[in-house]
Structure formats: structure tokens, C-alpha cells
Design a protein around this ligand. Structure first.
Ligand code: ZN
Ligand code: ZN
Length: 348
């Protein structure tokens, strides 16, 4: 079968290669024919910046991808809740023990034996993937395979907004970055009833226009205005209640600190570089007693919320799909420089 793989460490080395189809091994395994698999910021970091997972070196060659949807084509003898023909996605973690306190508590990502598909073991940018039945979710009938492949990034935003931040309807919220995660965080933040603004480098990409269509109350162009002082003026000098950084750019995090008020929350959603970053405004953040909080991935409780909100039309994911590429064209997809790029979906 075709698989998009990272063939070696370092920058680049991505290609579509022919490898054997994965087989059902464990009795609770399910074999899925992949329909779409999105390129995540993480995949981009791995291919274009040589990112290595912190626990162990990238197990090259490794099949990329964890944001996917597909159709079940075969089930193991002990599978009870999933049948051939079901349209599904999975939580992106495999090999978890199911018995430790973190697994029982729903925080599978913390399990000592859990592996993230797509960079700690083979992922879903392939014609087939085999995954255990647990931590698998059926797509509602009205949900497209495209939308199904965007449940994972929606779950990231859902977790950051609903499960990590504390937002009330009278709050003012700012989102740094109008990429896929920023546009999703903005939509989830709107569902809390708060007033929500979003910042991007420039309006030229069309992403801020899309943000407005998706419900943003305010949009700001970082190249055209002093966003920090504009936001401070708008809030009578107090600053906003909560800011989400979806850029992992230290300049944007510093801006977030400056535009967030006393006692406010600065939520760090963007993936930091492995060697960290230096923030110039930490003293100001300290003196404003801000909460700087990480929001990483999701847990078992996040997925049903994200699926429900997409299926009922309250979160829109399909407008985020800007490009589709075949697995064969993966090198072109990973090197695409188009400024209108938001979410790229790969397909066989
Ligand atoms: Zn992702
Ligand atoms: Zn466990």
C-alpha cells in the first residue's frame, strides 16, 4: 500500500513509498481504510524543521499523520462496538495499558506505554491503518470524511477552551494566529458567549476574512497596526481576560502577555520548539499575576464534545480545508508556500 513516510532524521526526507498493509494482530484490532489525513502543525515541524519527539528518537522510517477519517474494513475476534463499514476516527494514541490510573481517568496521553500515532509509531497517512477498538469514534451519518479528519484539531481547540481555560460570557478573549487551531479556538471561545478577537500577521491571506465569517467579533492585522495598544484602548486600558497563543512565536506570546489584563489567563496552545523560547515580558506577566497555562492535545472526554459540536453545525471545520493532495504528491504538499494555506488534507 501507499504510505507517506519520514524516511530519515533531519529536515525533509518525506516520500510516498510502498509498504506492506498492516494486519490485525491483537484480538481487539480494527483495520481502517483511510479516506483523508490532515497535515498537522506537528507533521510540518517533523518534516520541515526536523522535530524529534521528546521521549525517543523518531522511529524512522515512520508513517506520518494522526488527523484522519476512514472506513472499517476488518475487525478482530474480540471487537464488539465497531463493525465493517463503520465510518470512524481514533484518538491518535495506541498501545496504552488501559489499567493505570491515567488510562482509567481518561488521560490516556499520560499512560507510560501509550504511543502517539504518526511520530512515535506508524500513523494514518497511508491507505490502511490498524488500531485497537478502544479510543475509536464513529462519525455521525451527516458528517463528511473531510470533517471527520478535522475532529482531532477541533478536539485540541475544544480542550484548550472548554477544559483548560476558564471563560465566562462577559469575558473578552483574544486569539493569536488564524491558522487551523486559531480559527477553531476562536469558534469554541465564541460558544462560551465571550467577545472574541483574532490576530494574524496580515489580512492578505484571506484568513481574517474567513475568521469574520466564522464568527470573530474583531480581527486585527499585526503588520498594519499596533495590535497591543489597540486592544488595550478597546478594553479601557484593562486588557482582555483570556488570550490563546496559537502561534508559538515568542513575539506573539509577549503581545498576548501585554494585552491580557491583571489576573488574566495566557493559554499556550502552540507547540513550543524543543529548546524552548525566551519571553521578554515575563516580568510584566508576573506583576499582573497572570496564569500562563499549557493546553496540549485532548483526552477521552474531549472527543464526544468536539464531534457533537461539529455534527450540529456549531463548529465549522470544512471551511478550513484549503488544499487536498494525493499521497503521491506529499513532497509538494509539505513544501507548499501558498499564504492561503490553512488545512491540507492528504488522500490515497
Ligand atoms: Zn494534530
Ligand atoms: Zn495506562
Amino acid at each position: 500500500m501507499k504510505a507517506v513516510r519520514k524516511m530519515d532524521h533531519g529536515i525533509g526526507f518525506v516520500s510516498c513509498v510502498d509498504i506492506p498493509e498492516p494486519q490485525i494482530v491483537r484480538p481487539n484490532d480494527v483495520k481502517i481504510k483511510v479516506e483523508y489525513c490532515g497535515i498537522c502543525g506537528t507533521d510540518d515541524h517533523i518534516v520541515n524543521h526536523g522535530l524529534e519527539p521528546p521521549k525517543a528518537p523518531l522511529p524512522v522510517p515512520v508513517t506520518l499523520g494522526h488527523e484522519y477519517s476512514g472506513t472499517v474494513v476488518e475487525v478482530g475476534p474480540e471487537v464488539t462496538g465497531i463493525k465493517v463499514g463503520d465510518r470512524v476516527t481514533t484518538g491518535g494514541l495506541t498501545g496504552f495499558c488501559g489499567r493505570c490510573l491515567l488510562c482509567i481517568g481518561g488521560f490516556i496521553g499520560g499512560c507510560a506505554t501509550a504511543k502517539s500515532i504518526g511520530y512515535e509509531c506508524d500513523g494514518a497517512m497511508a491507505e490502511y491503518i490498524v488500531h485497537e477498538e478502544s479510543y475509536m469514534f464513529k462519525l455521525p451519518d451527516n458528517m463528511s470524511f473531510e470533517a471527520g479528519a478535522l475532529i482531532e484539531p477541533a478536539a485540541v481547540a475544544c480542550h484548550a477552551v472548554f477544559e483548560r481555560a476558564k471563560i465566562t460570557p462577559t469575558d473578552v478573549v483574544m486569539v493569536m494566529g488564524a491558522g487551523p487551531i486559531g480559527l477553531l479556538v476562536m469558534q469554541f471561545a465564541k460558544l462560551t458567549g465571550a467577545t472574541v478577537g483574532i490576530v494574524d500577521v496580515s489580512a492578505a491571506s484571506g484568513k481574517l476574512e474567513l475568521a469574520k465569517k466564522l464568527g470573530a467579533d474583531f480581527v486585527f492585522e499585526n503588520d498594519k497596526m499596533d495590535v497591543t495598544s489597540t486592544v488595550l484602548q478597546m478594553t479601557g486600558g484593562r486588557g482582555v481576560n483570556v488570550t490563546f497563543d496559537c502561534t508559538s512565536n515568542p513575539k506573539c506570546i509577549d503581545q498576548a502577555i501585554l494585552m491580557t489584563g491583571f489576573n488574566g489567563q495566557v493559554m499556550l496552545v502552540g507547540t513550543p520548539p524543543a529548546d524552548g523560547y525566551k519571553l521578554d515580558r515575563m516580568l510584566i506577566s508576573f506583576m499582573k499575576e497572570q496564569t500562563l497555562q499549557n493546553a496540549f492535545a485532548h483526552n477521552v472526554f474531549t472527543w464526544p464534545k468536539a464531534i457533537n459540536l461539529i455534527a450540529t453545525g456549531r463548529i465549522q471545520v470544512e471551511p478550513l480545508v484549503s488544499h487536498k493532495f494525493k499521497f503521491d504528491d506529499c513532497e509538494e504538499a509539505f513544501s507548499l508556500k501558498d499564504p492561503t494555506k490553512i488545512k491540507i488534507l492528504m488522500h490515497p
